[in-house]
Design a protein around this ligand. Structure first.
Ligand code: NAP
Length: 302
Protein backbone atom coordinates (compact mmCIF):
# COMPACT_ATOMS: atom_id res chain seq x y z
CA UNK A 1 0.00 0.00 0.00
CA UNK A 2 1.25 3.48 -0.81
CA UNK A 3 -0.07 6.29 1.36
CA UNK A 4 -1.79 9.38 0.07
CA UNK A 5 0.71 12.24 0.24
CA UNK A 6 -0.57 15.18 2.27
CA UNK A 7 1.13 18.05 0.48
CA UNK A 8 1.32 21.23 2.51
CA UNK A 9 2.42 23.14 -0.58
CA UNK A 10 -0.89 22.33 -2.33
CA UNK A 11 -3.13 22.84 0.71
CA UNK A 12 -1.37 26.17 1.30
CA UNK A 13 -2.32 27.37 -2.19
CA UNK A 14 -5.98 26.37 -1.69
CA UNK A 15 -6.20 28.20 1.64
CA UNK A 16 -4.37 31.32 0.43
CA UNK A 17 -6.74 31.58 -2.56
CA UNK A 18 -9.71 31.35 -0.17
CA UNK A 19 -8.22 34.06 2.07
CA UNK A 20 -7.46 36.30 -0.92
CA UNK A 21 -11.05 36.03 -2.18
CA UNK A 22 -12.44 36.84 1.28
CA UNK A 23 -10.10 39.81 1.67
CA UNK A 24 -11.34 41.20 -1.67
CA UNK A 25 -14.98 40.72 -0.61
CA UNK A 26 -14.45 42.46 2.75
CA UNK A 27 -12.60 45.31 1.06
CA UNK A 28 -15.49 45.84 -1.33
CA UNK A 29 -18.17 45.68 1.34
CA UNK A 30 -16.45 47.31 4.33
CA UNK A 31 -13.60 49.30 2.74
CA UNK A 32 -10.92 47.73 4.96
CA UNK A 33 -8.25 45.03 4.63
CA UNK A 34 -6.45 42.99 7.31
CA UNK A 35 -3.41 44.77 8.73
CA UNK A 36 -0.38 42.79 9.87
CA UNK A 37 2.75 44.21 11.46
CA UNK A 38 5.90 42.16 11.94
CA UNK A 39 8.41 43.55 14.39
CA UNK A 40 11.94 42.40 13.74
CA UNK A 41 14.74 43.24 16.16
CA UNK A 42 18.28 42.94 14.85
CA UNK A 43 19.64 41.16 11.80
CA UNK A 44 19.41 37.44 12.50
CA UNK A 45 19.44 35.96 8.93
CA UNK A 46 16.90 33.21 9.76
CA UNK A 47 14.54 35.78 11.32
CA UNK A 48 14.92 38.06 8.29
CA UNK A 49 14.00 35.22 5.94
CA UNK A 50 10.92 34.23 8.04
CA UNK A 51 9.73 37.83 8.19
CA UNK A 52 10.29 38.31 4.46
CA UNK A 53 8.14 35.25 3.71
CA UNK A 54 5.36 36.50 5.99
CA UNK A 55 5.42 39.96 4.40
CA UNK A 56 5.48 38.52 0.86
CA UNK A 57 2.51 36.28 1.63
CA UNK A 58 0.54 39.12 3.26
CA UNK A 59 1.21 41.30 0.21
CA UNK A 60 0.02 38.63 -2.16
CA UNK A 61 -3.30 38.46 -0.30
CA UNK A 62 -3.94 42.20 -0.37
CA UNK A 63 -3.25 42.78 3.34
CA UNK A 64 -1.85 46.04 4.64
CA UNK A 65 1.54 45.00 5.93
CA UNK A 66 4.19 46.79 7.90
CA UNK A 67 7.66 45.47 8.49
CA UNK A 68 9.00 47.34 11.48
CA UNK A 69 12.71 46.67 11.83
CA UNK A 70 14.43 47.83 15.01
CA UNK A 71 18.10 47.83 15.87
CA UNK A 72 19.60 45.12 18.05
CA UNK A 73 20.15 47.59 20.91
CA UNK A 74 16.55 48.79 21.26
CA UNK A 75 15.65 48.90 24.96
CA UNK A 76 12.93 46.70 26.41
CA UNK A 77 10.93 49.80 27.35
CA UNK A 78 11.09 51.13 23.77
CA UNK A 79 10.04 47.77 22.35
CA UNK A 80 7.12 47.60 24.77
CA UNK A 81 6.13 51.14 23.72
CA UNK A 82 6.23 50.05 20.08
CA UNK A 83 3.95 47.08 20.79
CA UNK A 84 1.61 49.44 22.62
CA UNK A 85 1.56 51.76 19.59
CA UNK A 86 0.39 48.90 17.35
CA UNK A 87 -2.08 47.69 20.00
CA UNK A 88 -3.77 51.09 19.61
CA UNK A 89 -3.50 51.26 15.82
CA UNK A 90 -6.96 50.70 14.34
CA UNK A 91 -5.53 49.61 10.98
CA UNK A 92 -3.54 46.76 12.55
CA UNK A 93 -5.29 43.45 13.25
CA UNK A 94 -2.27 41.25 13.85
CA UNK A 95 1.01 41.90 15.68
CA UNK A 96 3.87 39.52 15.33
CA UNK A 97 7.15 39.89 17.19
CA UNK A 98 9.76 37.74 15.49
CA UNK A 99 11.69 35.57 17.94
CA UNK A 100 14.35 35.23 19.20
CA UNK A 101 14.81 38.67 20.78
CA UNK A 102 18.21 39.93 21.99
CA UNK A 103 19.23 38.68 25.45
CA UNK A 104 18.65 42.01 27.24
CA UNK A 105 14.93 41.83 26.40
CA UNK A 106 12.46 39.64 28.31
CA UNK A 107 10.65 37.79 25.49
CA UNK A 108 7.76 36.77 27.70
CA UNK A 109 7.15 40.34 28.81
CA UNK A 110 7.04 41.53 25.19
CA UNK A 111 4.76 38.72 23.96
CA UNK A 112 2.42 39.23 26.90
CA UNK A 113 2.19 42.94 26.08
CA UNK A 114 0.51 42.20 22.74
CA UNK A 115 -3.25 42.80 22.83
CA UNK A 116 -4.71 39.24 22.96
CA UNK A 117 -7.18 40.32 20.25
CA UNK A 118 -4.23 41.03 17.92
CA UNK A 119 -2.12 38.04 19.01
CA UNK A 120 -2.34 36.17 15.69
CA UNK A 121 0.46 33.80 16.75
CA UNK A 122 -1.83 32.57 19.52
CA UNK A 123 0.87 32.43 22.20
CA UNK A 124 -0.56 34.98 24.66
CA UNK A 125 -1.75 33.25 27.87
CA UNK A 126 -5.26 34.57 27.21
CA UNK A 127 -5.34 32.79 23.85
CA UNK A 128 -3.81 29.64 25.34
CA UNK A 129 -6.68 29.71 27.86
CA UNK A 130 -9.25 30.33 25.14
CA UNK A 131 -7.88 27.34 23.21
CA UNK A 132 -8.18 25.17 26.29
CA UNK A 133 -11.83 26.14 26.79
CA UNK A 134 -12.51 25.45 23.11
CA UNK A 135 -15.58 26.11 20.96
CA UNK A 136 -16.54 29.73 20.37
CA UNK A 137 -13.97 30.93 22.94
CA UNK A 138 -11.12 30.14 20.53
CA UNK A 139 -9.84 33.14 18.62
CA UNK A 140 -6.36 32.37 17.37
CA UNK A 141 -5.18 28.76 17.50
CA UNK A 142 -1.37 28.73 17.24
CA UNK A 143 -0.33 28.53 13.60
CA UNK A 144 1.53 25.20 13.32
CA UNK A 145 -1.11 23.17 15.22
CA UNK A 146 -3.87 24.98 13.28
CA UNK A 147 -2.10 23.95 10.07
CA UNK A 148 -1.87 20.35 11.23
CA UNK A 149 -5.59 20.18 12.02
CA UNK A 150 -6.42 21.80 8.68
CA UNK A 151 -4.33 19.19 6.84
CA UNK A 152 -6.05 16.33 8.64
CA UNK A 153 -9.50 17.72 7.90
CA UNK A 154 -8.79 18.59 4.25
CA UNK A 155 -7.41 15.09 3.67
CA UNK A 156 -10.81 13.74 4.73
CA UNK A 157 -9.47 11.80 7.72
CA UNK A 158 -12.18 10.93 10.27
CA UNK A 159 -11.20 12.50 13.58
CA UNK A 160 -14.31 11.75 15.64
CA UNK A 161 -13.58 8.79 17.89
CA UNK A 162 -10.13 8.35 16.34
CA UNK A 163 -7.17 7.41 18.51
CA UNK A 164 -4.84 10.39 18.13
CA UNK A 165 -1.33 10.03 19.52
CA UNK A 166 0.86 13.14 19.75
CA UNK A 167 4.60 12.63 20.19
CA UNK A 168 5.99 15.71 21.96
CA UNK A 169 4.57 18.12 24.53
CA UNK A 170 5.98 21.52 23.58
CA UNK A 171 3.94 24.66 24.06
CA UNK A 172 4.08 25.50 20.35
CA UNK A 173 3.12 22.11 18.84
CA UNK A 174 2.49 19.09 21.07
CA UNK A 175 0.30 20.56 23.80
CA UNK A 176 -1.86 22.78 21.58
CA UNK A 177 -2.52 20.15 18.89
CA UNK A 178 -3.41 17.58 21.56
CA UNK A 179 -5.80 20.09 23.09
CA UNK A 180 -7.36 20.94 19.73
CA UNK A 181 -7.92 17.32 18.74
CA UNK A 182 -9.73 16.50 21.97
CA UNK A 183 -12.21 19.37 21.78
CA UNK A 184 -15.88 18.80 21.09
CA UNK A 185 -16.43 19.82 17.49
CA UNK A 186 -15.67 19.25 13.82
CA UNK A 187 -12.15 18.13 12.98
CA UNK A 188 -11.69 17.02 16.59
CA UNK A 189 -13.57 14.71 19.02
CA UNK A 190 -10.54 12.40 19.05
CA UNK A 191 -9.28 10.30 21.95
CA UNK A 192 -5.89 11.84 22.57
CA UNK A 193 -2.69 10.50 24.10
CA UNK A 194 0.42 12.65 24.48
CA UNK A 195 3.78 10.90 24.74
CA UNK A 196 7.23 12.31 25.58
CA UNK A 197 10.69 11.32 26.78
CA UNK A 198 9.38 9.84 30.04
CA UNK A 199 6.75 7.68 28.32
CA UNK A 200 7.40 4.01 29.08
CA UNK A 201 6.47 2.33 25.80
CA UNK A 202 6.45 4.80 22.92
CA UNK A 203 6.07 2.07 20.34
CA UNK A 204 2.91 0.61 21.92
CA UNK A 205 1.22 4.02 21.96
CA UNK A 206 2.19 4.84 18.37
CA UNK A 207 0.89 1.48 17.18
CA UNK A 208 -2.63 2.34 18.43
CA UNK A 209 -2.78 5.64 16.57
CA UNK A 210 -5.32 6.26 13.82
CA UNK A 211 -3.82 9.75 13.69
CA UNK A 212 -0.15 10.05 14.64
CA UNK A 213 1.29 13.55 15.06
CA UNK A 214 5.04 13.51 15.60
CA UNK A 215 6.76 16.67 16.88
CA UNK A 216 9.90 15.55 18.69
CA UNK A 217 12.76 16.92 16.59
CA UNK A 218 14.50 13.54 16.47
CA UNK A 219 15.21 12.29 12.94
CA UNK A 220 13.67 8.88 12.22
CA UNK A 221 12.34 8.51 15.80
CA UNK A 222 9.16 6.76 14.67
CA UNK A 223 9.91 3.46 13.01
CA UNK A 224 7.76 2.13 10.16
CA UNK A 225 6.68 -0.91 12.21
CA UNK A 226 5.21 1.48 14.84
CA UNK A 227 2.64 2.74 12.34
CA UNK A 228 -0.85 1.27 12.28
CA UNK A 229 -1.74 0.26 8.71
CA UNK A 230 -3.88 2.97 7.15
CA UNK A 231 -3.07 5.60 9.81
CA UNK A 232 -2.77 9.31 9.06
CA UNK A 233 0.80 10.36 9.89
CA UNK A 234 1.65 14.03 10.38
CA UNK A 235 5.40 14.51 10.65
CA UNK A 236 6.13 17.93 12.13
CA UNK A 237 9.84 17.32 12.66
CA UNK A 238 12.33 19.34 10.65
CA UNK A 239 15.85 18.05 11.20
CA UNK A 240 18.96 19.17 9.35
CA UNK A 241 20.89 15.97 8.68
CA UNK A 242 23.47 17.29 6.22
CA UNK A 243 24.02 19.58 3.24
CA UNK A 244 23.76 19.23 -0.52
CA UNK A 245 24.10 21.38 -3.61
CA UNK A 246 20.74 22.56 -4.94
CA UNK A 247 20.12 21.50 -8.55
CA UNK A 248 18.11 24.71 -9.07
CA UNK A 249 20.48 27.32 -7.67
CA UNK A 250 23.82 25.55 -7.41
CA UNK A 251 24.01 26.75 -3.80
CA UNK A 252 24.51 24.70 -0.64
CA UNK A 253 21.22 23.78 1.03
CA UNK A 254 20.32 21.74 4.10
CA UNK A 255 19.17 18.14 3.77
CA UNK A 256 16.00 17.95 5.87
CA UNK A 257 14.54 14.85 7.46
CA UNK A 258 11.41 14.38 9.51
CA UNK A 259 10.85 12.45 12.74
CA UNK A 260 9.33 9.56 10.80
CA UNK A 261 11.16 7.12 8.56
CA UNK A 262 9.25 8.38 5.49
CA UNK A 263 10.26 5.96 2.73
CA UNK A 264 9.10 2.89 4.58
CA UNK A 265 6.28 4.58 6.51
CA UNK A 266 4.52 5.62 3.31
CA UNK A 267 4.07 1.95 2.43
CA UNK A 268 2.10 1.38 5.65
CA UNK A 269 0.27 4.63 6.42
CA UNK A 270 -3.02 5.64 4.78
CA UNK A 271 -1.86 9.23 4.42
CA UNK A 272 1.38 10.96 5.34
CA UNK A 273 3.08 14.36 5.18
CA UNK A 274 6.48 14.61 3.49
CA UNK A 275 9.41 16.59 4.93
CA UNK A 276 9.98 19.13 3.50
CA UNK A 277 6.74 20.25 1.86
CA UNK A 278 4.35 18.91 4.49
CA UNK A 279 3.56 20.82 7.68
CA UNK A 280 6.23 23.48 7.00
CA UNK A 281 4.27 25.62 4.49
CA UNK A 282 1.18 25.60 6.72
CA UNK A 283 2.49 27.82 9.53
CA UNK A 284 2.70 31.10 7.61
CA UNK A 285 -0.56 30.19 5.85
CA UNK A 286 -2.41 29.92 9.15
CA UNK A 287 -0.88 33.20 10.32
CA UNK A 288 -2.67 34.82 7.39
CA UNK A 289 -5.90 33.00 8.29
CA UNK A 290 -5.63 34.27 11.88
CA UNK A 291 -4.99 37.86 10.74
CA UNK A 292 -8.06 37.74 8.52
CA UNK A 293 -10.04 36.26 11.43
CA UNK A 294 -8.90 39.13 13.64
CA UNK A 295 -10.39 41.66 11.21
CA UNK A 296 -13.58 39.59 10.94
CA UNK A 297 -13.94 39.54 14.74
CA UNK A 298 -13.54 43.32 14.76
CA UNK A 299 -16.17 43.78 12.05
CA UNK A 300 -18.54 41.42 13.85
CA UNK A 301 -18.43 38.94 10.96
CA UNK A 302 -17.47 36.03 13.28
P1 NAP B 1 10.68 20.81 21.45
O1 NAP B 1 10.23 22.04 22.15
O2 NAP B 1 12.11 20.45 21.47
O3 NAP B 1 9.84 19.58 22.03
C1 NAP B 1 10.10 18.29 21.61
C2 NAP B 1 9.19 17.34 22.35
O4 NAP B 1 9.45 16.03 21.87
C3 NAP B 1 9.40 17.34 23.85
O5 NAP B 1 8.16 17.32 24.52
C4 NAP B 1 10.19 16.06 24.10
O6 NAP B 1 9.86 15.42 25.32
C5 NAP B 1 9.70 15.18 22.96
N1 NAP B 1 10.74 14.21 22.59
C6 NAP B 1 12.01 14.46 22.19
N2 NAP B 1 12.68 13.32 21.99
C7 NAP B 1 11.81 12.32 22.28
C8 NAP B 1 11.93 10.90 22.30
N3 NAP B 1 13.07 10.29 21.97
N4 NAP B 1 10.85 10.19 22.65
C9 NAP B 1 9.70 10.79 23.01
N5 NAP B 1 9.53 12.13 23.02
C10 NAP B 1 10.57 12.89 22.66
O7 NAP B 1 10.28 20.84 19.91
P2 NAP B 1 9.10 21.59 19.10
O8 NAP B 1 9.36 23.04 19.12
O9 NAP B 1 7.78 21.06 19.50
O10 NAP B 1 9.44 21.05 17.64
C11 NAP B 1 9.45 19.68 17.32
C12 NAP B 1 9.90 19.50 15.88
O11 NAP B 1 8.96 20.16 15.03
C13 NAP B 1 11.26 20.13 15.57
O12 NAP B 1 11.92 19.33 14.61
C14 NAP B 1 10.89 21.47 14.96
O13 NAP B 1 11.88 21.95 14.07
C15 NAP B 1 9.63 21.11 14.22
N6 NAP B 1 8.71 22.24 14.01
C16 NAP B 1 8.27 22.47 12.74
C17 NAP B 1 7.39 23.50 12.50
C18 NAP B 1 6.91 23.74 11.11
O14 NAP B 1 7.13 22.93 10.25
N7 NAP B 1 6.23 24.77 10.79
C19 NAP B 1 6.96 24.33 13.53
C20 NAP B 1 7.41 24.06 14.83
C21 NAP B 1 8.29 23.00 15.06
P3 NAP B 1 10.19 16.08 26.78
O15 NAP B 1 9.16 17.14 26.97
O16 NAP B 1 10.02 14.94 27.72
O17 NAP B 1 11.58 16.63 26.68
Amino acid sequence: MTAKLIKGTEIREDILEEVKAEVAQIKEKHGVVPGLVTILVGENPASISYVTLKIKTANRLGFKEIQDTQSEDISEADLLALVDKYNKDEAINGILVQLPLPKHIDEKKVLNAIDPDKDVDGFHPVNVGRLMIGGKEVKFPPCTPAGIQEMIVRTGVETSGAECVVVGRSNIVGKPIANMMLQKGDGANATVTVVHTRTKDLEAHCKRADILVVAAGVPGLVKPQWIKPGACVIDVGVNRVGEKISEKTGKKIAILKGDVDFDEAKEIAGSITPVPGGVGPMTVTMLMVNTLKSLKFKLGLM
